[in-house]
Design a binder for this molecule. Sequence first.
Ligand SMILES: [Zn+2]
Length: 146
Amino acid sequence: MMHRIRITSGEYKGRYIGGTFSGWGLITNPEARENPPVNITGAPYALHATELGATQFFNANTEDVRAKLKALGFESEAVEEVVAPRQNYVKIPTECPHCHAKQEVHVEALTRFAQMGTPLPVVCVKCEKGFEIMVPDPIIGGPFPV
Ligand SMILES: [Zn+2]
């Protein structure tokens, strides 16, 4: 699990820890132009106004970074990285065997050859009873109403 680190006190409360800011040349994010990152004296980090500039830290590293920040006078918290929704999926239509509501699940679109399906448990969007569907790849979302 990845985490971002956010400052929780003082004038930089709410800012995220990210890479140091070395000038305007590399800033492509319009928000950063309006509200540029502030370098931290004594640590190789900068305080970024939005999570777009935040570095993602491995869970094991967050305590180290937070200890360094605390030593420099910054209180902080680790914020769990929200995984962006995957774009590559295929919609598999299915039907509940209990209430016959049509629905679809999103299955990860893998590039390997399709194999025999594995029965996976899902919960009906309408009657909320469980049933199994055969899909060739992992389910990443759904069922959703259609
Ligand atoms: Zn149902």
